[in-house]
Design a protein around this ligand. Structure first.
Ligand SMILES: [Zn+2]
Ligand SMILES: [Zn+2]
Length: 134
């Protein structure tokens, strides 16, 4: 089981299943949502994601029609996003997980819109937009 939470500690969550398809997303929306060069997101089954404290502190922003990013309204930590079309999955922002996790990122995506000042290192595959199969 993995545990995590927001910066101020109001929102706490547990993940009771695997984290799949972890990617570094360099798109312009993720950059603004994180205030950084990229977001690191992984897919968790909705049934495996449990808010154990501070659910009322989470607020959402529909950044794209049908896709909402949820963050702590006190400290601003981005926690997860949900798509109306895929209710069985949530995408978790990995930086909010405190446990050591077994899974590892598999790709960089949206490198076609990365910040001009960012240099991507490492050997992971890089895709101009979504990874194949999404
Ligand atoms: Zn917080
Ligand atoms: Zn993105």
């Amino acid at each position: 089981m993995y545990t995590g939470g927001c910066l101020c500690g109001a929102v706490r969550f547990e993940i009771t299943g695997p984290i799949r398809n972890i990617v570094y997303c360099h798109c312009s929306q993720c950059r603004k949502a994180q205030g950084s060069a990229f977001a690191t997101n992984g897919i968790v089954q909705t049934a495996d994601f449990h808010i154990i404290a501070g659910e009322g502190q989470l607020t959402g922003y529909e950044s794209t029609p049908g896709q909402t990013k949820y963050f702590c309204k006190v400290c601003g930590s981005p926690i997860l996003s949900k798509r109306d079309s895929v209710p069985e999955q949530v995408r978790i922002r990995l930086g909010t997980i405190e446990s050591d996790i077994a899974e590892r990122p598999v790709a960089h995506i949206f490198v076609g819109s990365k910040a001009c000042w960012e240099e991507i290192g490492g050997d992971l595959p890089q895709y101009e937009s979504y990874e194949p199969g999404r």
